[in-house]
Design a protein. Sequence first.
Length: 189
Amino acid sequence: MADENVLDFSSVQAIITAESVEVHGAELHGVLTGLICAGFEYENKDYLAMINDLFNNGDGLPIPLKHTVKQMFVEVWRKILDDSFGFQLMLPDDDDSIVERGHALSMWVQGFNLGFGLQQKDKAILSEDIKELISDFAEIANLSDEMEEGEATEQAYFEIAEYVRISALLCFTELGSPPDESSKTQTLH
């Protein structure tokens, strides 16, 4: 898949809006990332049923959104396995207001915690580092929408977003279940 076909926040949000599904694009990306970082296996296709249950009242996703979710799942895997740390959170562009970006970051973290919790509910005890970052994520998920535009807020947003990105990678390093080499080369490239 060529990079020009990679999903971005605005295209995903446009599909969600057009299909009238009640979900935020950042939250959807966060759920998929949380599942994967908590040990969800690449070969397991149950994520679609989980997304249906979480965001569409158990109804099937509209076809365009279903295709988007499938593409997003593959992209999260590809980026999280990238040795150059190419994984990024799916958030609005820097051109959007800090309030919109802060809200999206909060939604992404809520989604991550949801996906992580769904996958980890029956798993072994988590390390102290993972417990701490999940606790931090719970606080970040409650970020105020009362943000003021300004350099200090921009800097804080950037630092929090980077902390979340690196923390997700840490979760995957500790708990993730990378696909075996044969399925990775057949399906991720």
